[in-house]
Design a protein around this ligand. Structure first.
Ligand SMILES: C[C@@H](O)C(=O)SC[C@H](NC(=O)CC[C@H](N)C(=O)O)C(=O)NCC(=O)O
Ligand code: NI
Length: 129
């Protein structure tokens, strides 16, 4: 088995696609409208789905906001230069909500950014896990 995708419900698909593609550098892999169900699925990631996991951004046409609750954690991205990546994300208009540094109670070097819905994306400095 392998991880195929993680599904996130998003309130504004255009804003989310801009964040995940322009700000985080992902590719839009495929997008399909389901008019009978009044929703759109857009898959984004860093490579083709037959070899890379993807995010499934689900847009329900009648829902513009979700209660994220306190159970959801994050998706994590490995990065070569966490400081440079955070600077680039800020420059592109992204929101860094936790500056790079060792995790609390540990040594892995992490940072957190927030997507347009408030979902957190963790950046992990490669080689520090
Ligand atoms: C290893 C890396 O992938 C992590 O996600 S560790 C990040 C760390 N997680 C926790 O502390 C989990 C327990 C916490 N009580 C929770 O439920 O989230 C984290 O979020 N650290 C915060 C920080 O600023 O270092
Ligand atoms: Ni993590």
């Amino acid at each position: 088995m392998r991880i195929l995708h993680t599904m996130l419900r998003v309130g504004d698909l255009d804003k989310s696609l801009d964040f995940y593609t322009r700000v985080l550098g992902m590719q839009l892999l495929r997008r399909k409208d389901y008019p009978d169900g009044k929703f759109t699925l857009a898959f984004v990631g860093y490579g083709p789905e037959d070899t890379h996991p993807a995010l499934e951004l689900t847009h329900n046409w009648d829902t513009s906001k979700y209660e994220l609750g306190n159970a959801y954690g994050h998706i994590a991205l490995g990065v070569k230069d966490i400081h440079g990546t955070c600077d680039a994300i800020r420059k592109a208009g992204g929101k860094v909500v936790r500056e790079p540094g060792p995790m609390k109670h540990g040594t892995t070097v992490i940072a957190f950014v927030e997507d347009p819905d408030g979902y957190r994306v963790e950046l992990i400095q490669q080689g520090t896990q």
